[in-house]
Design a protein around this ligand. Sequence first.
Ligand SMILES: NC(=O)c1ccc[n+]([C@@H]2O[C@H](COP(=O)([O-])OP(=O)(O)OC[C@H]3O[C@@H](n4cnc5c(N)ncnc54)[C@H](OP(=O)(O)O)[C@@H]3O)[C@@H](O)[C@H]2O)c1
Length: 289
Amino acid sequence: MEYMKFSYTNFKVSKIGIGTWKLGINPAEEISAIKYALNEGVNFIDTAEMYGTETLVSKAIKGYDRNSVFIATKVSPHNFNYDNLIKACNKSLERLNIKYIDLYQLHFPNYKISMKETFAALEYLVREGKVLSIGVSNFNLDELKKAELILKENKICSNQIEYSILVRRLHDQIINYCKNNKIEIIAYSPLLRGNMYRKRNIKTNEIFEELTKKYNATTAQIALSWLISKNTIPIPKSGSLEHMKENINAIKIKLSANDIKKIDDIKQRKSSMVGLGEHIIKHYDYHIE
Ligand SMILES: NC(=O)c1ccc[n+]([C@@H]2O[C@H](COP(=O)([O-])OP(=O)(O)OC[C@H]3O[C@@H](n4cnc5c(N)ncnc54)[C@H](OP(=O)(O)O)[C@@H]3O)[C@@H](O)[C@H]2O)c1
């Protein structure tokens, strides 16, 4: 595995993480797939109170040294007021069965609750030692800049956004800003939620046919390798051991600059969720444990 220092922390995270949204269908198989990844050196797990998978994550990390795993979870927008955020954090800690969260992320922006109040609660949790670092998710550039100005004692360490070979319109500005300000980009839905192998246009198909042959890799691996080459941390979700192995092995593929450019130039056909603010939540069928 390869590692990188996660901005504004002392933790070296693996360059590929584990997504957990929609796990819980075959818990035993999914937990052993996560354990396999941990044994292979992957140490970054992403969950959220909304996914209902924090308990499953607690089972997967049982028996591993707490300091060796980077646990990222998220608080839901309806819990962004001061008291609710602290309660939500305590509940996540309980479900995860841990004493601190490595990265606590705001799941989406919430325009109905003042950011000042939300960040005051997050900074309190850092002072209490319950949260080690603060991140956001689905924040556009303006929201990100506003958040940075509001935080008093901490930095925004990361922005988790939808980012993949085909979903990256609107992203250049955010990516450049994050790079310049040492804010990590966590790339969610890096495999297009499983739609990697759906029909694409002919030119795109040709590029993937060429690259999968050249690197002796699958389309999923090329997609993940491209995200890693951009210094983002992809967090593919897989409940199957076979897919988990395939995804982790993407780390071994080193795309040439020319091939990265070929993917860069693929025509975009989907818009990003970033910037939809509070409306984004309506797109998802989340539940809370
Ligand atoms: N912050 C946010 O708002 C937000 C939103 C969405 C997601 N996320 C995070 O990002 C993670 C990943 O995103 P996602 O779950 O939306 O989608 P994804 O990782 O892009 O795709 C997951 C789907 O791809 C399949 N898959 C995995 N590996 C594969 C492979 N090698 N070949 C073919 N299919 C493969 C999985 O099926 P199997 O399980 O059968 O392998 C699953 O159906 C989430 O789990 C969550 O942690 C965050």
